[in-house]
Each structure stands twice: as C-alpha cells, then as structure tokens.
Design a protein around this ligand. Sequence first.
Ligand SMILES: [Zn+2]
Length: 314
Amino acid sequence: MSAAESATGALPRARARTLDAFPAEAEREWKGPFYFIQGADPQFGLMKAWATGDCDHGGDEWDQEIRLTQQAVQIVNQLTPRPRFFVLCGDLVHAMPGTPWRKEQTEDLQRVLGQVDTKIPLVLVSGNHDVGNSPTAETIAEFCRTWGDDYFSFWAGGVLFLVLNSQLWHDASQCPDLKEAQDRWLDQQLGLARELQCRHAVVFQHIPLFLQSISEDDDYFNLGSAIRQELADKFTRAGIKAVFSGHYHRNAGGTYGNLDMVVSSAIGCQLGKDAHGLRVVVVTAQRIVHRYYSLDELSKKGLETDLLKLLEGE
Ligand SMILES: [Zn+2]
C-alpha cells in the first residue's frame, strides 16, 4: 500500500450508492432508540480566507480548523454510549476544485478524520466547496474518488438515511445528466420510504432547503424557492421527518408540515454568534430530538446524563 493509500485507507467510503458499514439486511429493523452526531463545515482554510477578506483566493492556512476538527474527533471517539455514526454535512475543505491548497487541505482533513474510531462509521456529504458552485462531471468524479459517492442511502437501526448532493439543485447547468440521475434515484428511494413505512426517514444535505421558513426569499444560504418547494413537498409526502444541513455557519431551522429543517453551525469558521460545535441527534421510536453543543462544552462534560434522559424520555 502506498503512503497516499494508507493515509486515506481508514476512511469508509460510500460505494454503489450505499455504505458497507451498514448492511441493509441487519439494519432494516427497528431495535430501539439510538443516537448519532452531526457536524458541518470543517472547511479547512475558510477562517484565514475570511479574516483576510479574500474568500475566493485566501485560505493558505488552516491550523485552527485542524485543531477544532481534532477536538471534534476526540469528543466523538470518547462518547459513551457510542454514537451509531458521525455525519459531516459538507464543505469539508474551503479550496474549490482546481484552486491552490485543495490537495493540502484534503490530505490534512483525511489525516484528522482517519483518527475517528473505526467502530463509528463516518458519513460524508458533499458541499459547494467540495464539488464547486457549478459542479461538472469532473469535479463530482473527483469528489467520489476522494471521499466516496456524492449521493447514497443506508439503513441504520431501522431508519432510512438519504445523503444528497444539494449542489445539483443549486446549479446543474454543467452536468444536467447527473442532476437527472440523482432525481430519478431520489424518487425511487422516496418511493421505497413510503412503501416500507419505515420507522423514520431522514435526509442529509449541505445546503438547507430554507433557513427559517419555506416562504423566505432566495439567498446565498438556501436553495432557490421553486426547487425548495418541490423537494419539501416530495420529502413530506414520503414521510421524511428531518433534513440535517450545514452551509450557514450558524444554527437555524424551521418546520414545514411534519418536516424538521435543521441547520447546524460549523465545526470550523463561525459567521454568527454560535460556537464551534456538533449536534447530538437522538432517534426514539416516536421522535427525532436534537441539540447543538459547543465543542468546549462537550470536551468538559460527558453526555451520558443528557443522552440517557433523551433516550429514555419517550
Ligand atoms: Zn457551503
């Protein structure tokens, strides 16, 4: 095995539109409450780029993001009981495809994520910085080679999880065929969710459908209103309970019918008043409850008491 392969070999990757860590036959059945950890936007390089006011070309340093992501990984590894998985909702690195520092940022993040306990599967979601604001077949292929499939599904503990490439709904002008392929696949998956009437079905994507309300104006941080409405209706019809996202670098969210739109702040650069943090998501027979904790809070205290309360509180 070459050095490059061994550096990344530990990271589980989605292949053939699913994750090997969760064999469907064993995971399809509900076996009781569990929880997972959601993080977003480690985005190696943004803090320096933001500080210098040059977000397009800056980002030549990411020591702080390395430290924060290491802290997050340490927290996740030490949690008891152990989380079912650790999902990172995109913008893994700041440098866009084909720009300086991308290779270095990617290698550093792979090294840090390689420290995640192998018993805690990593679930990786693509963000706009990972595949580009206007993705192409080539940028998406690069993401798949580096991090795994850009969209896929898996069962864990009786819950169907869908990981989506939201960039294809932001701008698919350079790769319309790939957008159509994801749309077809998604309709199939949503059909399955409806038909099987699984305990819960949950979506992970980088860009939120909306930040507060389905009727809000279009913005850099949400999906355009037409596609937002179409997806929200598709999701609610299929019984999707929650969409977890990032991209905003602040906590936000709202509801649409029975759908909980969750926007989590970043592990890395903050654009608002939230702290670097992670979201703890507890899945019980009836509900999906979640809370965002700062990394410092999680490093100081264990979660056992909170988790037990949440897990037993149904
Ligand atoms: Zn983003």
